[in-house]
Design a binder for this molecule. Structure first.
Ligand code: 5GP
Ligand code: MN
Length: 342
């Protein structure tokens, strides 16, 4: 991955004087979105900028340990207009770890209210919208945190990465690569990990905080979903699972509890593609995973108003759970017929 030096220079120029900066992450923010936002915020604050991090809705409870996370403004919980004020006053708006304003949901309209601010994208999703003054869009980057570390390296030097920044960046590098297991990992990612480790962060502690800090309800919910809700079809190569609001209540569901479930069917040797459907008040959230050349980004775009990466994508459905599952099975059949499931 080669960063465009001209873009780095444009960013340097943009940040030459103290600015009011807003950093945005996507709805249902994950470790990569939060980690990159917090690390970037820390660095920009140290460099004299006035920085506000905004998330469209709350973060999952197991990310509570991330340094600085409590300073983030939650747009959905905003009672005093502080997110609107920060956006209104912003000179620069950074969009981290998402590629279309639709991933901001209601917060997107607030952002539209300030067309004066420069918009900068730092992201690794496919097919970003082109509505930015400056774009760091690298779909080959395994995480936004890795991409941001590379940008910081060229902009100011890696010695500017503090231990707290490293902790936040490491979370994104780890979670977006499935704990350094996905095909997106590169030798250079491990060079960056080594830089993070050298700041003195505790990798076992971070790992424990992210992967071993769930509730009992989540463990029981997981067992229930795999045992009772996983349907395997298409000759044992495709799976789907679903959760209704009622089922979530039964297991004291908290936001983030079903994170990662969708990956589990892919532990079965023959499995090629997996989907998880979770019911929300006005839509069903769709989460897709695949192996190798099977493209769920395209699948999500065509059939579920979404997108993402080749092997991890998502979208939404606006019909009932029953109809959604039927639609999914039909789309899988069509996709297979077109030769896209080989
Ligand atoms: P997850 O299944 O972890 O929620 O999402 C996996 C990936 O799918 C995310 O990194 C994101 O790129 C993409 N994604 C999830 N939901 C949506 C959506 O509603 N719209 C789009 N365009 N992409 C999504
Ligand atoms: Mn990401």
């Amino acid at each position: 991955m080669q960063l465009d030096q001209q873009k780095i220079e444009s960013l340097r120029a943009m940040l030459a004087e103290p600015k009011s900066v807003v950093i945005l992450a996507h709805t249902n923010p994950d470790g990569d979105a939060i980690g990159s936002s917090l690390a970037w915020a820390e660095l920009l604050t140290k460099n004299g900028h006035s920085v506000t991090c905004i998330i469209p809705n709350r973060y999952p409870y197991y990310l509570e340990f991330m340094p600085g996370i409590r300073t983030m403004l939650n747009y959905k919980n905003d009672t005093d207009g502080s997110t609107e004020k920060a956006v209104r006053e912003a000179d620069i708006i950074f969009c981290l770890d998402f590629h279309t304003m639709s991933r901001l949901e209601g917060l997107g309209d607030v952002i539209e209210g300030n067309r004066e601010a420069k918009r900068v994208l730092i992201d690794h999703h496919l097919d970003p919208v082109q509505d930015f003054d400056l774009m760091f869009s690298y779909s080959e980057a395994s995480s936004t945190c890795y991409l941001l570390a590379r940008i910081i390296e060229q902009l100011y030097g890696l010695e500017h990465i503090s231990a707290t920044m490293a902790e936040n960046l490491f979370v994104g590098m780890m979670t977006d690569t499935g704990n350094f297991a996905f095909s997106t990992v590169t030798p250079d990612l491990f060079r960056m990990v080594s830089v993070m480790a050298a700041t003195g962060i505790s990798i076992p502690a971070i790992h424990n905080n992210v992967y071993n800090s769930f509730t009992e309800g989540r463990a029981r919910l997981f067992g229930y979903v795999i045992n009772r809700k996983m349907k395997i079809f298409h000759n044992g190569t495709v799976a789907h699972m679903s959760l209704t609001e009622k089922e979530m209540r039964r297991f004291w569901f908290q936001q983030g509890d079903s994170e990662g479930f969708v990956n589990y069917p892919l532990t079965i040797k023959k499995m090629k593609m997996s989907a998880m459907f979770t019911e929300h008040s006005d839509f069903i959230r769709v989460s897709l995973r695949s192996r190798g050349d099977i493209d769920v980004n395209l699948f999500a775009q065509r059939f579920f108003n979404g997108g993402g990466h080749r092997n991890a994508a998502g979208g939404k459905s606006f019909v009932s759970m029953e109809e959604t599952l039927k639609h999914y099975e039909e789309c899988v059949a069509l996709y297979a017929k077109e030769g896209n499931l080989k």
